[in-house]
Design a protein around this ligand. Structure first.
Ligand code: SF4
Length: 133
């Protein structure tokens, strides 16, 4: 089985976009480096041949910054199979009142939230891998 693709939206200038990107990096670089990899959303959108080839028919997890679901839609339009789709605000309930940072930096609470989002996706990875065996 090839690596699960974990794709965040680009969400530039918004803390939710930064949370999406940082949490995906935690999954692909720290929590599940052997089972996952990430790809650049802009390349997916522009139809870069190499990236399209890596996405088509592949198992993907997306993390979006808002209900516009840019990552999910782009991956699906490219032929990727989105088995788990999340958006950062879905997990905000327990974090109301916290300051997470801005579009360019995360506070300590922001990093904790990113870690929680990364754990959600790491559980997805376990579940997906579990289903394969
Ligand atoms: S999903 Fe929302 S935050 Fe992310 S790139 Fe799209 S509009 Fe921006």
């Amino acid at each position: 089985m090839s690596k699960i693709k974990v794709i965040p939206c680009s969400g530039i200038g918004k803390v939710f976009g930064l949370l999406a990107r940082e949490s995906v990096l935690m999954v692909t670089q720290e929590k599940c480096p052997n089972d996952t990899e990430t790809l650049c959303l802009a390349h997916i959108v522009t139809g870069d041949d190499e990236v399209v080839g890596k996405i088509k028919g592949e198992t993907c997890i997306t993390m979006d910054g808002c209900a516009k679901y840019c990552a999910k839609k782009s991956v699906e339009e490219t032929g990727g199979i989105v088995v788990k789709s999340h958006k950062v605000p879905d997990f905000m309930k327990a974090h109301r009142g916290e300051e997470h940072g801005t579009g360019t930096y995360l506070t300590e609470d922001g990093w904790k939230y990113a870690e929680e989002l990364a754990e959600v996706m790491a559980s997805d990875v376990k579940e997906i891998k579990g289903g394969v065996n």
